[in-house]
Design a protein. Structure first.
Length: 279
């Protein structure tokens, strides 16, 4: 079973300045819950209970969030507000949270490599908290991907179709469709121009990776933007074995952008109203 989920959370969140000058972007709230908590809940649903978080300077609020606040809990104990902490208490009790820092921002590949000390030699998930995913019709995205992993035992990336004029924002894959919505990857390009893109299947912030990815990242030279790109390491892995791309069921919000953040807030607000209360 996949028990560990890695959260790269060291980025500066520059698209949300000045709000993220002193607050991690992963702590931005959708309704009353921070983005990273949605991600941890998705990982727990998928059977994971060890959360490995890659942080950086100014990210202590993430560690504090997944810890007990004795003063706060004492103040609201026995009051009508106590129930507001039930969800986060439950996560704290269910999970082990481990942390290490990415000292320099060298790309997603480097952030994942920094997690090697927390992951060890076993398959693991990677979740980018600012890609908020929900599936009202069934299991969450990581749960879906775990099922695929259990069948094929290889690295898997979550993908969705995007307009061709937006492919330059993403890693893009192409390959042979071996089952409905499941592709064996033979091409993977980081942020291609539309005329160079092999398809419109864009990678979003959900991965399941086998542990050999760490050595491949270590051998990967800086690519697009001078950063170590996980797509380059995955392409090397695909050439040596097999990497799958999975077109997931559900909806994804790009909460790393203002538009996506507002869209997610509106969506969860309407969902909360329809359910008759806050969530």
């Amino acid at each position: 079973m996949i028990k560990r989920c890695l959260f790269p959370a060291a980025g500066y969140g520059t698209r949300f300045l000045p709000a993220t000058k002193a607050m991690p972007k992963e702590m931005l709230p959708i309704m009353a819950k921070p983005l990273i908590q949605y991600g941890v809940e998705e990982a727990v649903e998928a059977g994971m209970d060890i959360m490995a978080i890659i942080t950086g300077r100014g990210k202590r609020a993430i560690e504090d969030h997944f810890d007990v606040s004795f003063e706060l809990e004492h103040q609201i104990f026995g009051t009508p507000k106590e129930y507001l902490l039930h969800e986060i208490r439950d996560l704290i009790n269910k999970c082990t949270f481990t942390y290490t820092r990415q000292i320099e921002m060298k790309g997603l590949g480097d952030a994942i490599y920094k997690g090697r000390v927390l992951i060890g030699d076993e398959p693991f998930a990677v979740l980018l908290a600012d890609d908020l995913c929900t599936n009202t019709e069934g299991d969450g995205v990581l749960s879906q991907m775990v099922r695929v992993y259990n069948k094929y035992r290889c690295s898997i990336v979550a993908v969705q179709e995007v307009p061709m004029d937006q492919v330059s924002k993403y890693g893009v894959v192409a390959g042979k469709e071996i089952d409905e919505g499941l592709y064996m990857v033979d091409t993977m390009v980081e942020k291609p121009e539309p005329e160079e893109a092999p398809s419109n299947l864009a990678i979003i912030g959900r991965y399941i990776l086998t542990p050999d990815i760490f050595d491949l990242i270590k051998q990967t030279e800086p690519g697009k933007g001078g950063e170590i790109q996980i797509t380059d390491a995955l392409m090397a892995q695909a050439k040596k074995g097999m990497v799958m791309a999975y077109k997931f069921e559900g909806r994804r919000f790009d909460c790393g952008s203002i538009d996506g953040f507002v869209e997610a807030t509106n969506y969860f607000y309407e969902k909360s109203k329809n359910m008759g209360g806050e969530k």
